[in-house]
Write a protein that binds this ligand. Sequence first.
Ligand code: PLP
Length: 260
Amino acid sequence: MIANVLTIAGTDPSGGAGIQADIKAFSALGAYACSVITAVVAQNTQGVRSFVALDPAFVADQIDAVLEDVRIDAVKIGMIANAGIAEAVADRLRHHKVARIVLDPVMVAKSGHALLDPEAVAAVRDRLVPLATLITPNLPEAAVLLGRPDHWTADDMQTALPELLALGSDWVLLKGGHLAASKESTDLLAGADSVTAFAAPRITTTNDHGTGCTLSSAITALLPGLGMVESVRQAKAYLHAALGAAEALDVGHGHGPVHH
Ligand code: PLP
């Protein structure tokens, strides 16, 4: 059976990140893609210029329109923009009793532009994280969620796992790509009684726009058919291949997109 998966996120009109990356990853992995838009973003490979967040009630209406009609096997949540949208998404996902929720706690674009209102961090942490099957923070996002400094060692990553799980998701994938000057990039997947380390050689490329969106979407597309550890393993292999294929693209003058 083909999985129906939904992304709830912001847009990227240049096609590399956000909803557009999510739909490409879902489709490449054989899932049927649905999408609810939280914010319309004016951005390209060079950065975010501005965005308009949609009315929370209208985001809720989009979610209801999909979930009252389409069987959804997994949901990915990306850019949430503000506390009102966080509340609306949490309310509708609880109402519809969605089975698998992957939350990418998007906060700041690589260009430095905030994609989440700083006052909305508490709403994401307290309303959305507890609904999530998996959260996929990078190290800066984990620091904000835990209210700790954004200075990390490999040991700090291990000790942060139980603290992140205590926020209420079933699983945490803590992405180590921001760890200073290591030849490998290690992500740690923690569940109630297991920790799995995924180490990969660090890829040095500027074609890294939308990598976080792509990874969380790939996991979401795979989860209905596979267990969590295997979904993450295959999603990481998918992202690795998409990063490797990015050189074939000639898209923009900044951080280019990966090739799905
Ligand atoms: N734009 C949107 C709408 C996103 O959801 C995200 C997600 O992380 C980004 C941009 C991030 O882009 P970048 O990978 O360039 O930081």
